[in-house]
Design a protein around this ligand. Structure first.
Ligand code: MG
Length: 298
């Protein structure tokens, strides 16, 4: 933990501008394959939801892809999905028991670095069955990601956007994915050298990454976070930074607009205010907060 944290603590300021970049669903079109092929099958298997697998899939995809919680930490996503699933009409009709995971819930509310190493430490002290089940699920997800997720490419406009950014700004990946996975994906695609540091799940929350590397080191209007999820936006808000949304479903357009319009506005000090607000309005409209009216009969 300490060595890895040191990587963001030692982030070196070399320019006047800072840009934090989310990876999954923002740089890479990876959210669909990860959630549909890796997270969700493990959710159904390890949480014993075979009897309501369609409902489980609907809820998992809603929470992780198509709503305001898109991109949240996996353990928080697990709890939220189970909570929604318990309310799903199909589940009520069939009387299937959905785990409550109260010990995991308690841990996620107390702990800030919600990664596997933190969970394993917690298990050493309190080996509660909920925590063991969450560990088994998370391990199954990691194995599936290792086995299935490959050949991912960045959205086509991303390499050019990165090239433009680094001419004027210090850059860092700000993500909740394990660092090893991000490093592998960025290296595989030859874009690793465009960022100074990769901050992942093991180094705390996205807000913590931004606070550690950028807050009070750059002017608030010179710090920009780029992301595809509301969690990216709130991380930016926590330090008073600017936010550029990569709108789910319109990623390529968003990246082209970044190069043509948003990056120049940011560098000219014309980003905050009306311009940012119109982008944020589009972003918030694209993601609902509850499954009512989205999932059938909910
Ligand atoms: Mg993302």
């Amino acid at each position: 933990m300490t060595d890895i944290l040191e990587r963001i603590r030692s982030f070196e300021k070399t320019k006047d501008f800072f840009i934090g970049i989310d990876s999954d669903g923002c740089v890479f079109d990876s959210m669909g394959v990860k959630h549909k092929e890796c997270f969700c099958p493990a959710f159904i298997n390890v949480m014993n939801l075979q009897g309501v697998s369609d409902a489980a899939r609907e809820v998992w995809e809603f929470v992780n892809l198509f709503s305001k919680t898109r991109g949240i930490n996996r353990f928080k996503a697990l709890i939220l999905s189970l909570d929604f699933l318990r309310e799903h009409p199909e589940v009520k009709k069939r009387g299937v028991e959905v785990p409550r995971m109260d010990a995991l819930r308690e841990w996620t509310e107390r702990e800030s670095a919600l990664g596997m190493s933190g969970l394993l430490r917690e298990i050493d002290e309190h080996p509660h069955p909920d925590l063991l089940q969450a560990r088994d699920w998370s391990e199954e997800v990691n194995l599936a990601v290792g086995r299935i997720v490959r050949n991912l490419a960045p959205f086509p406009a991303v390499p050019d956007a990165l090239k433009q950014m680094v001419r004027h700004a210090d850059t860092m990946v700000v993500s909740q994915t394990p660092v090893a996975n991000i490093e592998h994906e960025w290296k595989e695609n030859g874009i690793h050298d465009y960022v100074q540091t990769i901050a992942g799940q093991e180094m705390g929350s996205k807000a913590f990454h931004l606070k550690t590397a950028a807050y009070e080191r750059y002017e608030p209007s010179s710090i920009l976070m780029i992301g595809d999820a509301p969690g990216d936006y709130s991380a930016a808000q926590e330090i008073g930074a600017l936010f550029y949304p990569i709108i789910p479903g319109g990623e390529e357009t968003a990246w082209r607009r970044f190069v043509d319009e948003a990056l120049p506005a940011f560098l000219d000090g014309k980003y905050r205010g009306e311009y940012e607000k119109s982008l944020l309005d589009d972003f918030h409209r694209s993601l609902p907060s509850t499954p009512h009216g989205i999932i059938h009969d909910f």
